[in-house]
Design a protein around this ligand. Structure first.
Ligand code: NAP
Length: 343
């Protein structure tokens, strides 16, 4: 099969020909149709994750996909060949930038009935992040308020829609070109982070989903009510994450140090700070498919590139003005012009 492989941290990913994955007892073999590109893939490529996750190079990169089941292991009961599925795989089975991927059945779900394969591939990472951040960890309730940073991005577009569905008042930060777009998604309060200071405009917020880190995270702690929470997805990682990732004692100590100032500041303000790193979860993806089919969440696709242009797709993540997700597809008829903004 054709696959994009990382040979060395910092190098560009390159296309190779390699054997199809061998199927484990509980695994499902999927012929990939489309894959989303993520900042996480780029961070993995650059070597940013190498102290935390024990990836073995060379490895196939790519962390979300849609495709069709072609074979199942002997212990698989929930899927059969022909089913159209989508997923975010676990660390040991990364590799969505390939013609085939093997994945544990628990991490997989049928794609929403109302989407095509491209839209389905735009969902796993960002929708799992929104679900696990707002529902599982944030326990966002009707009547509460939430601030979602980067509302026009992959995570933000889904998080706004999910938070509205949960009955929250939604504030979001975007640049001015995206103001109307995020209002259409359901945002109640829209703040242009380039010209306005969200920390001056907001107070007493129940929950913040922080996609930016750094100074944005620091100032976010100050807009939350005592007892409220900030969930950071860009960092810094916290000791609970170190335990979840099972890192060695030295890295654990380093992670504790990285988030020390943030956690101390949060404690002083009576606010909870937690770092979220998504976990693969087929059950969550089934729930998300239900919300998509119920008209609650619509995937937002910025553009689709040919599978062969996966390295360029990764680079285009850093372009200005991206709205929603950038994907690659093996089907040439899926490919769009840059910045399609197809909602
Ligand atoms: N921990 C996890 O499990 C996890 C999971 C998914 C993603 N992430 C991380 O979360 C971050 C966001 O991911 P994504 O896929 O949503 O990225 P994305 O699609 O590139 O969106 C990022 C958005 O941030 C906005 N932005 C830039 N500077 C900003 C600022 N100072 N304040 C507020 N918004 C700003 C941009 O909006 P405008 O275009 O409107 O300027 C852009 O749309 C990435 O760092 C990613 O690695 C982590």
């Amino acid at each position: 099969m054709k696959a994009f492989v990382l040979q060395k941290y910092g190098a560009s990913i390159s296309q190779v020909s390699m054997p199809e994955p061998v199927l484990g007892d509980h695994e499902v073999l999927v012929r990939m149709h489309a894959a989303g590109v993520n900042h996480g893939d780029e961070r993995l490529r650059s070597g940013e994750f190498k102290q935390i996750f024990s990836f073995k190079l060379p490895m196939v990169v790519g962390s979300e996909f849609s495709g069709e089941v072609v074979a199942v292991g002997p212990q698989v009961s929930a899927f059969k060949p022909g089913t159209r599925v989508y997923a975010y795989p676990d660390q040991a089975h990364m590799g969505a930038f390939a013609e085939f991927i093997a994945i544990h059945q628990d991490f997989l779900a049928p794609i929403p009935e109302s989407t095509d394969m491209v839209e389905a591939a735009a969902l796993p990472v960002v929708a799992l992040t929104a679900w696990q951040g707002l529902v599982e960890q944030g326990k966002l309730q009707a009547g509460q308020s939430v601030l979602i940073h980067g509302g026009s991005g992959g995570v933000g577009t889904v998080a706004i829609q999910l938070a509205k569905h949960l009955g929250a008042t939604v504030a979001t930060t975007v640049s001015s070109t995206h103001t109307e777009f995020v209002r259409e998604l359901g945002a109640d309060i829209v703040i242009d982070y380039r010209t306005e200071d969200f920390a001056e405009k907001l107070s007493n917020i129940d929950l913040v989903l922080d996609t930016q880190g750094g100074d944005t995270l620091k100032r976010s702690l100050g807009v939350v009510r005592p007892g409220g929470a900030v969930i950071g997805i860009t960092g810094p990682p916290d000791p609970a994450f170190a335990a979840q990732a099972g890192v060695n004692p030295l890295v654990k100590l380093a992670i504790r140090g990285l988030s020390g100032a943030t956690r101390r500041r949060a404690r002083k303000l009576g606010v909870n700070y937690r770092f979220l790193f998504i976990r693969p979860n087929g059950e969550h993806l089934r729930k998300i498919a239900g919300l998509v089919d119920g008209g609650v969440i619509r995937p937002v696709v910025d553009r689709v590139l040919p599978f062969e242009e996966t390295p360029q797709a990764l680079k285009s993540l850093l372009a200005d003005g991206v709205r929603g997700k950038i994907l690659v597809s093996v089907d040439p008829s899926d490919v769009t012009a840059d910045g399609n903004h197809d909602v």
